[in-house]
Design a binder for this molecule. Structure first.
Ligand code: F0G
Length: 447
């Protein structure tokens, strides 16, 4: 059921086909290099791109910009305690700032971090500490047609194999990412979270939940995990997050804010250590790189994110887009995730090898055909890892309407119709750090 009406609007336009061709070439076939003005429906990310509520806009005016002890910080602390159940909060300018604070505190050279699947910035921050990020997804995660309820789960069996190989003392951190963004936004069950908690205890590791999309995850738990059939999203979220020693959070997702993030913990010692690193990289620990007004917006957003009407509207919109695409015979990853629909580029371009980036070819075609911007999460974004060739269409929260979704479907249908004649891409220039390649690399058509 739709839960919002518009109060502020932003003009958008569809550039002509010639303009789109030119823009794409100018961007080196990498849509991160496009001007937003040249994009009609922008599904690059759901991160920081959503519409704030009237309550959030009102809260901005309450922002207390004091360097230390800001009232806005205390309001964020209360929101994190009420919604997530953690007493200590270290704000950061966004999720990756929080990752730097937390993983810089917990990891050192030669360590191994286990995660259901590392998101790209998480992988980069673990690697940046000299540690090795190892993914432990369940076997189904890679299969775009498997119908499992919790394909985002962490494989404790896989993690045990890694521990047998490297030794428990080499694994100080176990991470669970909910929902599992790099595995098509699939949810994680509370039962799995409990098992990971036990496993972390067994090997004496700190258990971190990457909580970016914790409310969307809780919605799936209510829907699919029998024990929680009658529970509210807010209760489930607290239960699931409560198993962790620490959270890393990007407020740009289920904080419903345009900026911000934080580390939260109930471990007083870890809190002190994180504060030290936060001062170095983010700011004094009562603002952590955020303006007081942004702390306010995030505090309100966190509370809104677990309202039943919000989260139902949110996840059902994503599911509607997936169903419309499926109906039009566009191959989509099933079941739909919480924040995005993932298109299966391997199925669309069976003639293109992974080395010619079928996912990136699809990203370019979606822009060419309809000014729609998605993002590749396959061989181009994750060089050297074995992943399905997926293209993510992430829906900004509370932003687009049914007409936009219909345009996306028409665009994807046009791309699929031209698929047989599509040719591959190769990398022309790339940055030094392979984990960050897809953000800035330029490509060129093969042949
Ligand atoms: N962890 C996960 C699971 C994420 O999805 C992201 C960001 C981060 C950490 C980092 O947060 O952007 O605030 O620094 N994901 C965005 C995306 C960028 O498009 O999926 P950030």
């Amino acid at each position: 059921m739709v839960a919002y009406k518009s109060k502020t609007v932003e003009r958008i336009r569809l550039p002509s086909r010639e303009e789109r061709e030119r823009a794409l070439e100018g961007a080196g076939y990498n849509v991160f290099n496009l001007d937003a003005d040249d994009v009609f429906v922008d599904l690059l990310t759901d991160s920081g791109t959503g519409a704030m509520s009237d309550a959030q806009w009102a809260a901005l005016l309450r922002g207390d910009e004091s360097y230390a002890g800001s009232k806005s910080f205390h309001r964020l602390e209360s929101a994190v305690a009420d919604v997530m159940g953690f007493p200590h909060v270290v704000p950061a300018h966004q999720g990756r700032g929080a990752e730097n604070v937390l993983y810089g505190t917990l990891l050192s050279d030669g360590d191994v971090a286990l995660n259901n699947t590392h998101f790209d910035t998480t992988r980069a921050h673990v690697a940046n500490q000299g540690a090795d990020p190892v993914d432990c997804p369940v076997a189904d995660a890679r299969d775009p047609d498997a119908e499992g309820p919790f394909k985002g789960n962490f494989s404790v069996e896989r993690a045990r194999e890694v521990v047998d190989e490297v030794g428990a003392e080499a694994v100080p951190v176990v991470i669970q990412t909910i929902t599992n963004n790099s595995a098509a936004g699939q949810p994680v069950s509370v039962e799995n979270t409990r098992r990971v908690r036990e496993f972390a205890d067994e090997i004496d590791a700190t258990f971190v939940i990457d909580a970016c999309r914790f409310a969307e995850n809780a919605y799936f738990v209510a829907e699919r995990e029998a024990e929680f059939a009658d529970a509210q999203v807010a209760e489930i979220a607290r239960e699931q997050l409560g198993y962790a020693d620490a959270l890393v959070m990007s407020g740009k997702k289920d904080g419903l804010a345009n900026a911000g993030g934080f580390v939260a913990t109930d471990d007083a010692d870890l809190y002190e250590r994180c504060k030290g690193r936060a001062i170095l990289y983010e700011g004094f620990p009562t603002y952590g790189g955020m303006a007081g007004r942004d702390l306010e917006a995030m505090a309100v957003g966190l509370r809104e994110a677990t309202e039943e009407a919000y989260v139902e509207d949110r996840v059902e919109q994503v599911r509607d887009l997936a169903a419309m695409l499926d109906e039009a015979d566009v191959p989509v990853y099933t079941p739909a995730g919480g924040h995005a629909v993932y298109l299966d580029a391997e199925a669309i371009y069976p003639h293109l090898p992974a080395a010619e980036f079928p996912g990136q070819v699809l990203v370019c075609d979606l822009y060419r055909e309809g000014g729609v911007r998605g993002v590749e999460l396959g061989s181009f974004a994750f060089p050297g890892t074995d992943r399905p060739e997926l293209v993510r269409l992430a829906l900004p929260r509370r932003t687009y309407h049914r007409e936009h979704l219909e345009h996306v479907v028409e665009t994807a249908v046009a791309a699929v119709e031209n698929a047989e004649t599509a040719t591959g891409l190769r990398v022309a220039t790339e940055p030094a750090m392979p984990e960050l390649r897809h953000f800035t690399a330029e490509l060129e058509p093969v042949g």
